[in-house]
Write a protein that binds this ligand. Sequence first.
Ligand SMILES: [Zn+2]
Length: 371
Amino acid sequence: MNRKAFIKLLGAGAVGVAGGAMLRCAGDSESSPAVDTPAASSGSAAKHWAWMGEGNEGWTLDQWKQQLGMMREAGIGAVLFHEGIKILRDLIPAARQLGIEPHIWNVTMMEGGLEEEHPEWYVVNRDGESAGDKPAYVDYYKFMCPSREPVRQFLTEQIGALAQIEGVASIHLDYIRYPDVILPVSLWPKYGIVQDKEYPPYDYCYCDVCRAAFEQQTGLDPLELEDPPSHEAWLQYRYDTITRVVNMLAEVVHQHGKQLTAAVFPTPDIARSLVRQEWTKWNLDAVLPMVYHSFYNEDVAWVGEATRQGVEALDGKFPLYSGLFVPELTPDELAQATELALANGADGIVLFQGRTLTEAHWRHLSAVIKG
Ligand SMILES: [Zn+2]
C-alpha cells in the first residue's frame, strides 16, 4: 500500500502507522496568548475542530472557502491545515475571515529524505537496524532520534519558521513520538504480526547517543539490560526525550506568540505503552487525542471512557479535544461519539478528517454541537 492510502486508512497521526493524525486552546500559562475566535468569544464553552489537508493539498482557494464556510455553518471553529497544502499562506487569512481559527499541522519526528545527508539522525532498533534504511512496518516510517542535538536544532528551525506565519493560532505536532513498539490491536492482522509484548525490531532507540546518555544517567547500557521492556528507568528515559522535545518546541512557538497543540494516542496509558508519549507532562496549550475506537477493536461507547481517562489525568492542566475517526462512524454514531466525548469532559471534538463527512454526517453532528 502506498503512503497516501495507508495514511488515509490509518488517519491522523492517526495512528501512526497509525500516527499521526499524522497530525493544537488557551492554557493556564500566562505566556499563552488568548485565542480570539468567534467561537471562543461567543460565550460557547466548546470548540470543535477538523484535521484537513491529506487529500486536499491541491484544492483552490475557492474550493477551500466553500468547504470552510459550510463547516463554520455546521459548528466547526478551528481547522488544522496540513503543512503540505500548496496555498497554505493564502488559506490562513481566508480561514480567519470566515471565522475559522487556523492551525498548522506538522509531521514532527517522522522525516524521510535526510538519509543520505544525516543517516545517523534516524532511530535504531534493538536489533541494530536504522529506521533510515530499514524502517518498521512501512517504507516511510523513518523517525528521527529525539536524543540528538542536531535533530532538535532541525525541529526548532522547522517549527520556528511555521510559528512566524501571521494569523496562525497554533503549530500542531503529529507523529511526535517513537515508532509504535506495539501497534493498535486492529492492525496486527494487517501486518501478520502478534505484538503481545515489545519485540526487538519495533523497539527504539538504541543508537550510540541514546545508549551513551542512558549510561551516563544510570551506569547501564540499554543493550545489556536483561529485559529492556520491563526496565522502568529505560522506559522513562524515552518518555522524557519526547517530552523534552515538545517542551523545547513550546518555548519556540510561545516566543512567536503562538500556541502549541499535539495529536496523541488516545489515553495516557495507551500512549505510553505503544509510542512512548507521556503527554500529560507536555507543556501544550491543548491536546487532541486520537480516540479512534476501531483501531483498538472497541465500540463507540469507548470514546467516552477514553476521553474520561485523559481528562482526569490532566486535571485541568490544558484543554482536551477528542479526535474522532469519521470513516468508522455512521452519522448516528458520530453524533453519539460527540455527545459521549462532551459528557466525559472533552472541550470539544476533532474530526479526522473534515472532507470525509457526508451530508448526513454534517447534519447529525451539527444537531449536537449547535444544540
Ligand atoms: Zn537514539
